[in-house]
Design a binder for this molecule. Sequence first.
Ligand code: IVH
Length: 712
Amino acid sequence: MRGKEGKEKREHHREIENLRQQIRHHNYRYYVLDEPEISDAEYDRLFKELEELERRHPELVTPDSPTQRVGAKPLEAFGTYEHSLPLLSLKSVSEESEVRDFDERVRKTLGVGAAGKEEEKVEYVVEPKIDGLAVELVYEDGVLAVGSTRGDGRVGEEITQNLRTVKTVPLRIFSGSACAPLRLLEVRGEVFMPVSEFKALNKELGRKGRKMFANPRNAAAGSVRQLDPRVTASRPLDFFAYGVGRVERGEGKEGGKGEEGGEGKEFSTQWEVLNFLRAAGFKVSPLARRFGNIEEVVKYYEEVRQAREELDYEIDGIVVKVDSLEQQSRLGTISRSPRWAVAFKFPPREEFTRVREIVVQVGRTGVLTPVAVLEPVQIGGVTVSRATLHNEDALRKKDVRVGDTVVVQRAGDVIPEVVGVVKSRRTGAEREFKMPDRCPVCGAAVVKERGRGKGREGPVRGKVREGPVVRCVGVSCVAQLRERLKHFASLRALNIEGLGEKVVEQLVGRGLVSDAADLFFLTKQDLLGLERLGEKSAENLLNALEKSKQTTLARLIYALGIRHVGEQTASLLAERFGDLEALRSASYEDLVEVEGVGPEVAKSVLLFFRQASTKELLAKLERAGVKCEKRGVRGEKEEKMKGKTFVFTGRISMPREEVKKMVEQLGGRVASSVSKKTDFVVAGEGVGGKLAKAERLGVKVIGEAEFRETFL
Ligand code: IVH
């Protein structure tokens, strides 16, 4: 009996392994080579067969089975992972001459060409610099064991279950003649999102009224850092391998350890590494080349730059690496960047186009921003049809006219900008543009405010721009209303999920809301009348509105959109006055007494509460049932914050300075490094080494959401 069972089991095992091999092969053909050999239907049949067998024999399921990409449970938080060899960063250059300088330094340091070294040559491997997220994959005995982000190069986040969902990340590497079984293999590369997929994803997110990503890199980073791997699995991510870390053979023979120079001791050149990675089943850039001198490298840079426009992924330059690993180790590393490699970046993307029209956009507080409407051009895979002209002064300085041929730039995730005018192309038919003296949307008068205008609500966030600000003073301007509603609903205000731009536009356009409070009186019937809003979305939105009625005073003050009252000031005011009524009846003296509130803010607050429209809005909000936590709750929170020391790491959604002030106002302290005295480490996005230290010292690590929830 036993024997028979054993035999059957072995057979099932063989059958299952056989199916897995086939599926792995077809995955590779489809995802990595983009050359499928069988139809989707045939593939599905194989996959279903494997699933069925594994369902019947769960004891035979292994983590490297193709069925096991998704399936892990959502995490509470990511753990940290210390890389055994640091993931280095690259020094960037943007001029040809700098690349030649790099070559010279390399040859000089190696002594190439010097007496006695006439024979030694330097070869370079050139790869595209993929604009994504650096990760490391650790394979133990050929099976993916750990996946992590780069983090600060030394310590990253452990995101194994998310990286497993990326189809071009092998769960098991191929072992053939090119690569004898390896006990350990660390592969480095870049996770990215194809541009076409990024656009489709954003469209989908926009349709659902969710926040969209600024660019493919953010989309990739955001997707890979999802706590629920099912979300990551639904995101179209891809992976290019470009290097190895530690490599150990089966017999215990070790590769390099501890030092950068020791990376990939099993190999003698970077070129070999790339070929090995390809043979092991990874996707390696087909644009990688090897050259015998720097002139060829410079020439190839131009070629890649041309090719860039055709690629479905973003690259921001080329990476030039000394090919010989022995030379690499002789060259060594300074301050986390190797002396043997350099990133030769592409210049910001620019394109010529024509200005069809100049229009004026009205912001939340009525600021008028001139915007050039362009003949659509493709700039780096993105269609650009509008570009900001910032303000009247900037527009005058550049002398942009309707009909002009202009140079438009799109750099990183910044809004496209008109860089300059090609005056030689002028025909005389161009028209100068004058800022209107009435609001183009509501027709109310505009006022010019002298002095420095803060660009915060303008196109370049956070930067202070010179020049007068032109502002619409209309009280019932629909453009302002739209922007105010968007602000009211935003994440850091009342956080009303599902109230995206499209919905707001329709609500205002159809006259369904004339101030923020009206949102709470919307009925399902109202919402079902909107375009592209189904039954389910309507219900979700109503629920979100209901949920948002329970809020904090600080959030509500911020949501009201009082000029000069940002999140931090709102928090201070909430602290000092405790409820809206007290704030409303505060005098100028009361206001300026609050530390951190100056005359400008005080005047603005007074003015806001004096307006009839404000009184009406507040009464309506009360009627709608919008409630802020009472002081008691705040008091409790303050108790929690008092005397506590926080260390922030990674990216959080507020400027660090603001958070620091806020914590201090509430009786806490912010330190820059983790020690035994730290009470909480607040981990934002892309967190680094501080987490590892926190873990070592047993300091509690919380996310930004928890921090807000608990303390603010
Ligand atoms: S090599 C030399 N190769 O660029 C060690 N990096 O600043 C550095 N990157 O964080 C890594 N494509 O995310 C290397 N072909 C490539 C790359 C590449 C993109 C990124 C990587 C790293 C950053 C280096």
